[in-house]
Every structure is written in C-alpha cells, then in structure tokens.
Design a protein around this ligand. Sequence first.
Ligand code: PMV
Length: 306
Amino acid sequence: MRALEAFAPGKVILLGEHSVVYGEPALAGAIHQGVRARAVPAKRCSLKAPPNVSSSARALLADAFEKAARACGRPAVELSLEGELPVGMGLGSSAAASVACARVLLAAAKKAASPKAVAAVAAKMEEVFHRKASGLDHTTSAEGRLILYRRREGQGAGTVRAVKSPRPLKLLIALAGRSRSTRNAINLVEERVRRWPKRYERLFKQMGLLAVEGARAVEGGDLEALGDLLNVGHGLLSSLGVSSAAIDELVHLLRARGALGAKLTGAGGVGGAVIGLYYEPEPVIASLAREGVRCFGCQLAGPLAL
Ligand code: PMV
C-alpha cells in the first residue's frame, strides 16, 4: 500500500459560537490553513503524536484517535499529523486534525469518504476533545465551505445549508493572548445557563437570529450589514463572559483600522482568534504585521480574484 495523505481545513465562525451548542444556527466557513494527515502501512492502527505536545494533550489525542480507528475497523496504518494552524486559538485545529485522520482512516479501510461519512468519524474524536461539542467545527472542516449549521440534539449529524456569496468575503484573522481550552469556555457558559437558564436562553436566541441574518447578508452581498452583525455578535459573546481584555483590545484595534465589523471567533477565553471583515484586508494585514500583530488573511466565500 502506498502512503495515504489527506488535508482538512481549519475554520472561522462568523456568527453563533456557543449558542450553537444549545441548538441555535451558526454561520461558519473553512479557511486555507489546516492539518495534513499521512498514513503508512504498519502492524497496528496507531497515531504518532506530533512533537511538542504536552503529555495530557498526547493522552487526549490517543483516546480520541482510538475512537475514530475503531469506527473505521482499525486499518493497519500508522498516522502522523502536520499543519500550520495555531493550536487552541479558535481556528478549529482539533477539528481539522479529526477530519484529516477520518479521511485517511476511511481511505485505508477502503470505505466511502463523503463529507457526511468523514464528519461522522471525526465527530468521535471531537466528542473526546470538547465533550459537549455541537459538531460545527468538524462539519465545517469536512464540508470545506461556508455553511449555516444547526445541531440536532441526540441525532448525531446536524443540518447543513451551503451559503454562497456573490462577492469576495475576505477576513483578517488576528491572534490575541495565549492558547486556551474550548472545554473550559463551554463549561463556563454551561455554569451560567444552569444558574440563570431563562436569561441565557434569550441571549442564545438572539445569537441564532444574528447567524441567520448573517447568511442573508452574505447571500445579498451586503458586507456592511454583515459587519454590523459581527459587532453585535461580539457584544453578545462578551455578555456570555467569553471575551477577555486581550481579545477586546484587538477587536477595537481592527475596528479603528477600518474593519466593517470585528469579533472574537471560536470559544474565546483568555486568548483566541479575532476576525475583522474588510473589502480589502491585505494592506491592513501588512501594516499590522509590521507592528508585531500576529495576523493573516483568508477568503471564506465568493469569487476568487485572478
Ligand atoms: O474550539 P473552538 O474555539 O474552535 O470553538 C468551538 C465553538 C463552540 O461553539 C464554542 C463549541 C462548539 O462545539 O460548537
């Protein structure tokens, strides 16, 4: 058997993180940066952990991989992973690793690898990483495009609607503070929901509405409306308690540098990724990078410039 390889993209959530865990819709798209999995023939099905991961992360990865391997009939391959996605910053690194592993395992087991089949195997890994995961991250990675997603309680895969953009949908992605755990941020929100269910249900409903309005703004090519939705979305995430001083500072910096809208993306916490929506982010990326801000660009949807 030849070596098998598969790539899976990371993702950004435009609108609806956290509320998606509680059944509200979310809008998210795949980015160019991701994770590549490679498999070579071996005696038993295993995953070589990437270098520089802590012993606790290594144990979690091994546990997650075991679940995916079992779902694919444990083909006789050894997998390794590499990628350029920042880990633990809200850009879906664990989901991309899960999807890349799922693709290679399914190929090694000579099973069909439709986005649905890939997402089902990747879900086994994401459940280990995030416990109460909505399925948004790995579904976006497996679909590889901009989608409106809704979790279906107790039914495995959620519903997916592709969202098309008539114009280039370009973002600046910047990194604030240090990496953090998605699980902690989900637990923090869960604790508030447990104490004050009615109040947080209201907020989640609002966040879900923003995601649906966001999909409509993208489809109508109304980037100014989308920018406003991102700003409001950030306000609601702050009210859930998942933003931080470092994240807020970066959000305000991007707005001061002309963003149509800016917000945190992903679970949030002490640090994480922030997105800014621009017609043309490239000059802002160049000047912020010169000032030492960790940032890069991506296009989520719409026609690519030649
Ligand atoms: O793990 P992150 O930071 O990419 O974000 C996950 C998004 C959440 O809505 C917070 C959790 C989930 O499972 O949807």
